[in-house]
Design a protein around this ligand. Structure first.
Ligand code: DAV
Length: 377
């Protein structure tokens, strides 16, 4: 019987991956976890709807091109099945006027060894996103007798899961970033409460036996606790960075190969134990290069740091956005073969090359890259 699902880290040789689609992606309807306010691009506060069709076509063209490139490098690619994201969705607790989309599979699917966990997610518009991946997961389940298919407890996402609902964002964004970092980041408390476990899979950095999970606007302490109890054979470390609105670790801190990690030059690590753990095990942490963009493109909720949102083909080869020349140069200097990929049109649909993918199979086994541990961390 074939082994289909296996991936323990971000750098082992890649053989099989899921790549998202831009089809029907929405500027989401307002909800406690999400506020969009882009009057200059046709979406003032409170409005919602599909992203413009020409943008969607451009994003899909770049995604399809990336798929071809991956296949040329011997990687099998699967794609999710779009739903109608314009539809409203509801549970017994709430009704939400739109869904979001399925460009970033990394946000929802967490692959750890022979297991894929569907994350809780923390936005109502993303509650049903797992349905788009079910045809793939069902197939893996049928074909691979060792595949462990898991779903984290579906959250209630009532108003109790959010700090003052949407008002949190209006309140926070009236402050300068430094003040928000002081008030919210230092207290590990942004929009989410600790009512129930909440996490996005993209807040997890996979380093073999060690999983580094970012506390963020999408992942709360209970979510990290759930992951810790769910993976008893792993060491699950909470990490925090200097960032006002942390969301997903993959434009903040990423491994490149055993012993080498890339850190966002602004969003420096704040967790002392994390810094000690890397130093103790002789890991080098290098600050990333400057991004090519000065500000977010139109209708994009991700930052310019998508420059470091890259995908490793193996520990010597990395896919990097085509126009991020400084970041490419840094990878050359670090000894990597760089494969440039045009991907800027994809950003507004939910991220970069790492966000747009979810691992299915990388060669390799579970290894310990941090043999020296810090008690209690
Ligand atoms: O830095 O804006 C990008 C990652 C989205 N999945 C950021 C986060």
């Amino acid at each position: 019987m074939p082994m289909i699902v296996n991936s323990w880290n971000e750098w082992d040789p890649l053989k099989h991956i899921i790549v998202g689609r831009a089809d029907g992606t929405m500027v989401q309807a307002p909800e406690p976890a999400v506020v969009r306010d882009w009057p200059e691009y046709g979406f003032p506060l409170g409005t919602y709807g599909p992203l413009p069709k020409d943008m969607e076509d451009a994003a899909n063209e770049q995604l399809d091109n990336f798929v071809t490139l991956l296949e040329k490098h011997g990687v099998t690619v699967d794609r999710p099945e779009p739903l109608d994201f314009r539809q409203s969705v509801s549970t017994p607790d709430w009704k939400q006027d739109s869904m979001f989309g399925i460009m970033p599979p990394r946000d929802i699917l967490l692959t750890v060894g022979n297991e894929i966990v569907e994350a809780t997610m923390s936005a109502r518009s993303r509650w049903f996103e797992f349905l788009a991946y079910r045809p793939l997961l069902q197939r893996y389940f049928k074909e691979d007798p060792n595949f462990r298919w898991e779903a984290a407890p579906k959250p209630r996402l009532t108003d109790k899961s959010y700090v003052d609902g949407i008002e949190f964002w209006e309140y926070a964004e009236s402050m300068p970033d430094e003040e928000q970092i002081e008030r919210f980041t230092m207290n590990k408390q942004w929009n989410l409460t600790e009512e129930e476990p909440l996490f996005d899979a993209a807040d997890v950095g996979r380093f073999g036996k060690d999983l580094f999970v970012q506390r963020s606007t999408t992942t709360n302490g209970a979510g990290i606790d759930w992951l810790r109890r769910h993976f008893p054979e792993h060491r699950v470390h909470e990490v925090l960075f200097y960032e006002a609105h942390p969301m997903h670790i993959d434009a903040t801190f990423i491994p490149l190969r055993p012993g080498l990690a890339l850190s966002n030059r602004q969003r420096v690590p704040l967790t002392e134990e994390m810094k000690q753990l890397f130093a103790l095990n002789d890991w080098e942490i290098v600050p990333c290069a400057e991004p090519a963009l000065d500000e977010k493109p139109p209708l994009c909720f991700c930052s310019v740091w998508l420059s470091m949102n890259t995908l490793l083909l193996d520990e010597n080869t990395i896919f990097v956005e085509e126009q991020e020349k400084a970041q490419q140069e840094q990878f050359y200097q670090l000894g990597f073969e760089v494969i440039p990929v045009p991907f800027w049109a994809v950003g507004p649909f939910g991220g970069g090359l790492h966000c747009a993918t979810a691992d299915v199979y990388r060669e390799g086994t579970l290894q310990d890259y941090f043999p020296k541990q810090i008690p209690g961390y």
